[in-house]
Ligand binder design. Sequence first.
Ligand SMILES: NC(=O)C1=CN([C@@H]2O[C@H](COP(=O)(O)OP(=O)(O)OC[C@H]3O[C@@H](n4cnc5c(N)ncnc54)[C@H](OP(=O)(O)O)[C@@H]3O)[C@@H](O)[C@H]2O)C=CC1
Ligand SMILES: Nc1nc(=O)c2c([nH]1)NC[C@@H]1CN(c3ccc(C(=O)N[C@@H](CCC(=O)O)C(=O)O)cc3)C=[N+]21
Length: 284
Amino acid sequence: MAEIVYGSEIAKKIKAKLAAKMQALKQEGKRLPKLCVVLVGNHPASLSYVTGKEKACREIGMENDLIRLPQDISEKALLDFIQKLNVDDAVDGILVQLPLPAHIDEHKVLFAIDPAKDVDGFHPISLGKLMLQEDTFISCTPKGIMRILEEIGYDDLSGKKAVVVGRSNIVGKPVAQLLMNKHATVTVCHSRTKNVEEIAAQADILIAAIGKPRYIHASWVKEGAVVIDVGINRDENNKLCGDVDFEAVKEKAAYITPVPKGVGPMTIAMLLENTLEAYEKKEG
Ligand SMILES: NC(=O)C1=CN([C@@H]2O[C@H](COP(=O)(O)OP(=O)(O)OC[C@H]3O[C@@H](n4cnc5c(N)ncnc54)[C@H](OP(=O)(O)O)[C@@H]3O)[C@@H](O)[C@H]2O)C=CC1
Ligand SMILES: Nc1nc(=O)c2c([nH]1)NC[C@@H]1CN(c3ccc(C(=O)N[C@@H](CCC(=O)O)C(=O)O)cc3)C=[N+]21
């Protein structure tokens, strides 16, 4: 029977530290770090995620601004808007919520963000530095996953086999890189992989970032594995669930993260941490 690892509890501790930091800055009469979240359109899930980010900022006393732009905004207008945030000295972190409407080139938008304010870690410079193991903003979900591994004392990854299911630029690829940087032997699977189940079943650490409700069954999991479930899905009853069949897999794994209260809250905590880091780099 696995230990259930509540990212929400780890995130709470991180946020308490950040709140104390905000309080200290305030007492010193300093400017506070500020995160700007840009949401284009009215996608309900996106709206709920950005609301969560705003709420977390308020909780710890970090300055924040949610900027809502219309669904039909032109690419040029969005790029101009980002430029304004780039040159605004009061803004430390910029996050443009994904996905963007189809008429906007996502890569152009991410490229437009000043790398010094790229608290999402999605800018090509940030991702390149991650590969080169240079100091940079590490994207929040992958960073949160690594923090969870540290928290359970599972951070000596030499000789460990990690399997990442999913190869997106925001989760799969960067988390595979971070695991590799920590000396794990990493296999990345995706929709064209044959025998994913057999590959997954060899993993000491299994990361699920697919986006399919309860897709990973107990037969995919080695006895005693660490299972990190990144997926945020709605099942047939509109209930929030992960990519992992939690009830069955928890009988087999050594550690498992739940959904909700697993990786999601860690993503937000890392975003706050990255924003403070951007502020500290700027203020020197
Ligand atoms: N908790 C959090 O903080 C976050 C959660 N998420 C959630 O994580 C999940 C993944 O997100 P994201 O990475 O953005 O998703 P994407 O849709 O960008 O990527 C999904 C990946 O899964 C692969 N895949 C799809 N079906 C299968 C399959 N049957 N077998 C193996 N691989 C498959 C795809 O393969 P291919 O490349 O071949 O298409 C792709 O690489 C989603 O549920 C999302 O909501 C995302 C970000 C943050
Ligand atoms: N530029 C950008 N950066 C992102 O980091 C980003 C993004 N775009 N687009 C979408 C994904 C998704 N994502 C989540 C973050 C937190 C939760 C989270 O806190 N979830 C709660 C549950 C929330 C609920 O109840 O709906 C939990 O898992 O416990 C979920 C999903 C960040 N993303």
